[in-house]
Design a protein around this ligand. Structure first.
Ligand code: AMP
Length: 216
């Protein structure tokens, strides 16, 4: 299995596609956002520090992120591939990841870049909600549950919105993405990492089948 980075702005569909990929393939997914939200939910001191930063739409300091990622990678066998969702988010993180993998004689096989325009990103972020039971992702504008308030996948009836999915925070998150995250694509290309652009405005199904041909 390969190491894949799923890349794109907040709301581009990274989470939705990772959720599907984990169901269809035996992939280890490193979603740094999910790991951080777990830390926040645990009520630890680290979690409380992270919550304030995340609710402001800013980035968690690099040393915390590097720890999180190296602990995760140590916890899985070196021979198994990883789908990186939400990491790297800065050029320094991208460099850190390539160095870490190089030490294991490993590499990033492909970066899947989901391209979506800003006006759609806003609606996707502000409308999205999650199933508490299985993490399935829905959207009040684009993808409601088939039966009102019942999860299509696990039939759960409890849902939540992310606390950072609000109008104040979203603009900061999009600005930070453009300033700090988008330049990673050039960095990867210069380091010889394959970048595949996918039109993130295509249907969830079409995006998934395009990613599947890359991941196989
Ligand atoms: P996500 O679920 O990927 O949208 O991440 C939610 C929030 O977690 C982000 O807005 C950041 O505050 C924080 N976060 C997630 N991944 C990273 C990262 N690689 N570097 C810094 N902060 C991160």
């Amino acid at each position: 299995m390969h190491n894949i980075v799923i890349f794109g702005a907040p709301g581009s569909g990274k989470g939705t596609q990772s959720h599907r990929l984990t169901h269809e393939y035996a992939l280890n997914v490193l979603s740094t956002g999910d790991l951080l939200r777990k830390e926040v939910a645990s009520g630890s001191e680290l979690g409380n520090t992270c919550k304030t930063i995340m609710d402001d739409g800013k980035f968690i300091p690099e040393d915390i992120m590097f720890n999180l990622v190296s602990n995760f990678l140590e916890s899985i066998p070196e021979t198994e591939g990883v789908l990186f969702d939400g990491f790297p988010r800065t050029v320094d993180q991208a460099e850190y990841l390539l160095n870490l993998l190089e030490k294991q004689e490993d590499k990033i096989d492909c970066v899947v870049n989901l391209e979506v325009e800003d006006s759609i990103l806003l609606k996707r972020i502000l409308g999205r909600f999650f199933c508490k039971g299985c993490g399935a992702i829905y959207n009040t504008f684009f993808k409601k549950t088939e039966i009102d308030s019942v999860c299509d996948e696990c039939k759960g009836t409890e849902f939540y919105h992310r606390s950072d999915d609000n109008e104040t925070t979203v603009q900061t998150r999009l600005d930070v993405y453009k300033e700090l995250t988008f330049p990673i694509l050039d960095f990867f290309k210069k380091r010889g990492v394959k970048v595949v652009n996918i039109d993130g405005l295509l249907s969830e199904e079409e995006v998934f089948s395009q990613i599947a041909t890359v991941v196989k």
